[in-house]
Design a binder for this molecule. Structure first.
Ligand code: ADP
Ligand code: 5GP
Length: 200
């Protein structure tokens, strides 16, 4: 049988500091069948971030233009900044059979889960609020006010975790990554994405 299938849309979400970015970059290193959907954002670029690799950093005017052009699959205001997933980062690649990975906040994930029923949604949970707080401080990429805002938002976000197909507690990173890879391995065999084409 020739294998012909559509790509998987893998949606990774969870509160800020849970470890989404860490797990996502490991997955991208390990599995070349995945490509990352680079989002647009109006927030400032951090020192370690690369334009068009981590985000497309754009102005409010450019963001408004994309909104007017209906360029987004989803978009949301997250912790005071605007973010959006571009259709042209996702659909063509999936049609070509490529797997596409989104790292988006729970508001955006809700929209994508409603629109794309076959997406594989994974919620990353921290072991505790205490750990979340420590991780955000250790990461050292936000000021105290930003950290507080992210911690306050985490409570509401975590209440939505049962809306996702999979839940992974990121306590031990190795274990969490193994669990994510187990989800990916199983979902690659999900029959929904296979296009029937059996030779005589
Ligand atoms: P997110 O993308 O969800 O905001 P990050 O991947 O940036 O979170 O992780 C937040 C911080 O926590 C980073 O400093 C990262 O190195 C650290 N981290 C991630 N996973 C773990 C883990 N399992 N145990 C301890 N620290 C972790
Ligand atoms: P950060 O600013 O720390 O990179 O990301 C803040 C939050 O925005 C994270 O939860 C991240 O997953 C989310 N995010 C990144 N890109 C998008 C996007 O395109 N859409 C939505 N809804 N959230 C995003």
């Amino acid at each position: 049988m020739k294998e012909k299938r559509k790509g998987m849309l893998l949606v990774i979400s969870g509160p800020s500091g849970a470890g989404k970015g860490t797990l996502v970059s490991r997955l991208l290193d390990k599995d070349p069948t995945f490509c990352f959907s680079v989002s647009v954002t109006t927030r400032e670029r951090r020192e370690n971030e690369i334009e068009d690799v981590h985000y497309h950093f754009i102005s409010d005017e450019e963001y408004d233009k994309l909104l007017a052009e209906d360029a987004f699959i989803e978009h949301a205001s997250v912790h005071g900044h605007r973010y959006g997933t571009l259709k042209n980062e996702v659909y063509e690649r999936m049609e070509r059979g490529q797997n596409v990975l989104l790292d988006i906040d729970p508001q955006g994930a809700k929209t994508v889960m409603a629109k794309e029923k076959e997406c594989v949604s994974v919620f990353i949970l921290p072991p505790s609020y205490h750990d979340l707080k420590v991780r955000l401080h250790t990461r050292n990429t936000e000021n105290e006010e930003e950290i507080q805002r992210r911690l306050n938002n985490a409570k509401g976000e975590i209440q939505q975790m049962n809306k996702y197909r999979y839940l992974i507690v990121n306590d031990d990173l190795e274990l969490a990554f193994d669990q994510l890879m187990a989800v990916v391995r199983a979902e690659k065999q999900n029959s929904v994405r296979y296009i029937p084409e059996i030779e005589e």
